[in-house]
Ligand binder design. Structure first.
Ligand SMILES: [Zn+2]
Length: 408
């Protein structure tokens, strides 16, 4: 019990998915201190997800955070969090290093997530929804949401392989696309494409791959070059480059994923924070399970631009404002060694992206935890009731807490 009345060192886990970056190109590998190893380093996780829990260091020994929470839920999470989310840390923090396009995915809302988990727990291991924020750590490219009406029309008509898949009626409606019928037309086109058989996809992709120089959009042309190497036999997701926005995020810019909006990271390094959940429905660029029927029923055709996250900047802090109760991400930066004022309300995780940081309970210097780039500190809820914290840094940390709107 007493051990949770101090900040604790927290060790994350690395996920080596095949889309990750390698060696020193990978921010994940650099942060995890594994950049001299061969292999791919796709994600670094900090949290207590059942698939891969982080470890607390208590008296120099590693302790599984998930197990610690399970034995001391109210001490670590606090009463109100336990009431709302059970013995689950509500958020999961990740760093992603993306070398090549991820599968295009759509997140269910809470009601659908519960329904899918009940019906098919093997493919939907979580009953939770998955609000998610992605902050660009380096320049990031991603697919996100359907293109706006006129752009959608132009790009789709510019791809003769998609046109081939459309009925005459759909084509006529696409020609007349407007605010009135925009969502309905996009739905018809998307359903027609997603309804293609594997054989048709293979045939149309092989035609498309041979004619990429005819595509007038240089961004689409470039990505077709990438996916034709990755999916030489084609993939239905290839057509998404014509239907979805290709978005570029500069470092510091962030996107919030609304339920029902198709999205996929294409390249770059990302700081991500989400509800503690791994639930996604895939829509292409993947060899994994695709549940097309469920997908088509839940896609939102009304969202035609990425949901950029608003920030609030105060002193050293940049706060990313989202409606997700489960998490609240704050970037804290200082170029000189400085104590950070204020109070950290646990449960919370501070991750050091660069430089160094420390935390201790006021007046209890011997319990000070110091971290460097790639390391993290965990703060239990019980800390709130004890003395104020001292926090300091020189560099950049990302602090994840429960969203203050939850406590209101
Ligand atoms: Zn996502």
């Amino acid at each position: 019990m007493r051990e949770f009345l101090q900040p604790l060192l927290l060790l994350g886990t690395v996920q080596q998915y095949d889309w990750g970056k390698t060696g020193s190109d990978s921010l994940v590998a650099l942060l995890a201190g594994r950049n001299s190893e061969s292999g791919v380093f796709a994600e670094y996780w900090l949290g207590a997800h059942p698939k891969s829990s982080s470890k607390l260091i208590i008296d120099r020994a590693p302790v599984c955070l998930r197990e610690a929470i399970s034995s001391n839920p109210e001490v670590i999470l606090g009463k109100r969090v336990v009431e709302a989310w059970g013995k689950e840390l509500p958020f999961l923090f990740k760093i992603l290093s993306v070398a090549r396009p991820l599968s295009i995915q759509v997140h269910p809302d809470l009601r659908l997530a519960e329904e899918l988990h009940k019906k098919d727990p093997a493919n939907y291991p979580d009953s939770n929804h998955k609000p998610e924020i992605g902050v660009a750590a380096t320049k990031v490219q991603m697919l996100c949401g359907f293109r706006s009406n006129q752009d959608f029309k132009k790009k789709v008509l510019g791809c003769s392989q998609i046109v081939e898949a459309l009925s005459e009626q759909t084509l006529a409606e696409l020609e007349d696309i407007s605010d009135k019928n925009g969502a309905a037309v996009k739905e018809q086109v998307y359903r027609a494409v997603m309804g293609l058989s594997a054989e048709q996809v293979e045939g149309l992709c092989s035609q498309l791959y041979q004619q990429t120089e005819k595509i007038d959009d240089p961004e689409i042309r470039r990505w077709l070059g990438v996916v034709s190497d990755l999916y030489p036999k084609g993939d239905v997701g290839v057509f998404s480059f014509f239907m979805l926005n290709i978005v570029t995020l500069q470092p510091g810019e962030a996107v919030f994923s609304l339920p029902g909006v198709p999205h996929a990271y294409l390249s770059g390094d990302i700081v991500e924070c989400m509800a503690n959940c791994d639930n996604t429905i895939r829509a292409g660029l993947t060899s994994k399970f695709k549940d097309t029927d469920v997908l088509l029923d839940m896609v939102d055709y009304n969202v035609d631009q990425p949901c950029l996250v608003e920030t609030e900047i105060e002193g050293m802090e940049t706060r990313y404002l989202t409606p997700a109760k489960e998490f609240y991400l704050t970037k804290i930066e200082s170029k000189i060694p400085l104590p950070v004022g204020g109070h950290v309300k646990g449960p919370a995780i501070a991750f050091c992206l660069e430089g160094a940081a420390y935390a201790s309970v006021e007046g209890e210097g011997e319990g000070r935890v110091s971290i460097e780039s790639g390391q993290a500190i965990f703060f239990s809820a019980a800390l709130n009731e004890s003395k104020p914290l001292e926090l300091g840094l020189e560099g950049t940390i990302y602090l994840t807490t429960v969203n203050p709107i939850f406590w209101e």
